[in-house]
Ligand binder design. Sequence first.
Ligand code: F6R
Length: 612
Amino acid sequence: MCGIVGYIGNKKAEPILIEGLTKLEYRGYDSAGLTILEKENFKTIKNKGRVKQLSEITSQENLVGTIGIAHTRWATHGKPSSTNSHPHNDSSNTFSIVHNGIIENYQELRKFLGENGYQFLSETDTEVIPNLIHYYFSKENEHSENTFLKAVNIATKDLKGSFAIGVLCTHFPDIMIAVRKDSPLVIGKGDGENFISSDIPAYLSFTHQFYFLKDNEFAVISKDSIDFYDTQLTKINKEISQIDWDATSAEKNGYEDFMLKEIYEQPNSIRETIGNHLSLNTPCQFDELNFSKEFLSQIHKIYIVACGTAMYAGLTAKTMLENICEINTEVDVASEFRYRNPLINKNTLCIFITQSGETADTIAALKLAKSKGATTLAVSNVEGSSITREADFVTYTHAGPEIAVASTKAYTSQITLLGILVIYFAETLGKNTKILEDMKKSILELPAKTEQLLSDITEIKNFAHEVYQVKDVFFLGRGLDYNSSVEGSLKLKEISYIHSEAFYSGELKHGPIALIEKDTLVVSVLTVQDLMDKSISNIQEVITRGAKTLIITDKILENSNFTKIIKVPETNQFLTPILSIIPLQLFAYYISKEKGLDVDKPRNLAKSVTVE
Ligand code: F6R
């Protein structure tokens, strides 16, 4: 949601900013813009539409400035339009800013500034920020880099809500200031040039060295220096992080779309997730956790909290934790958990799963759990992301950057890592179950089985071609198969815009079967052996009512009257959701392609949901 980039160096800023915005397109946006500071004047160009359209305009402008900021906007306050796009400049054109987040008290601030002679051009909450900075800056008798920083500092104290901001000032063409609170912002350190961006992939082809700002920390950035300050404007030291993601991992590498590339990356991303955590005949290792038997024995309750796909990965972890570790576990949607006063005490462990590490609801839920005395563990894919700075413990999925809005490799890596974590808990607790060895062996086999699954995808592609015009799709499953159904259904609706819902198969007769009519498509996942007969009976009930059926299974189903069966390799029962989901990811992908849609950037969706 909203992407920020900024550049300061010796090169022309415009193409570098456009490149950064292009890399952040995956976050979701509806308009884009940039400001270049040239000869102490702003050149601000904004446009409703794609970054490519913006670049067609900016490339005609002969912009030679070597400092600039740019933004992709996902509309919250005010419709998508060039006026509402960022950057926003103050009434006197002295300050230009890009902002990600929401200013909750903007109406109050707008009124105050209006009374003080400031005028507003847009409907946005953001436009108060440059004006507020100007208001405080103009109160200073002397104007120096210090007063610029001071004005930004005082202005941000007035802001309620969330923000990541990059600011330029016409009086100081050699610096930009960045600050964040509850919205992501990273600072890339180059050689004679520096960068700001909402996310690491924007500038991976320029640098692998990044600083991560904490809430309410300021950075004053020139081409040769980056200085950090706290809210008292006392200089602070920050450690630089070396990010080893390959620059090409954020490129399509010959694939038509990022989503397809990421689906195909799964053998490798799962391998990376396994990393050094697991090997046969030795206990699982999590150096970053180092939980003792005493610690785990006093955990009476685990909450797994997340949003969307990450929450569905949590459903499978719950089954594993309850069956293998015998710890009572609840899975909760972060946006509900944070407001429902959950029963938490010091014997509660709360696990927060988030690919981006920036999901506003998940971070807020973590803060709540922490304030109530729980131990908090974040499972994230992005090093240095906001949640990793809040949690007591952090472990990473190491799936590599996920660019497509629809999550694929992050999901399979999340379940893989959670599976290993469960084995680690069980071993630490001294549970001597036979299943642990089988799970270990099966996890190590996952990369090869995933590869096998992806080696021939013709059947699912052809089936997608046959049925892509359907209007409604229902997904059915029991137990772990329900988890795959609900995730498969989410994948389909988000990128194909086809109405789709998932139900527990056993719930069918309690209402949903009323929706089944001739040629309704019903997708069912069938891997849980103990529930197989019951699930098959449910499918027969929809077939009797004329439904077409797509079955994803690891069993040989003979003499069946199903429309299409897609076979996946067998694995340990707890890991079946990792393999069952892959044909469903491909099904959603090919249906979206058949419909000619933008697979990577579905309408209305953002990759990183940084506001409530
Ligand atoms: C769906 C999808 C979303 C995310 C959700 C949480 O394909 O990607 O449902 O899973 O927005 O995002 P993270 O994991 O970044 O917290």
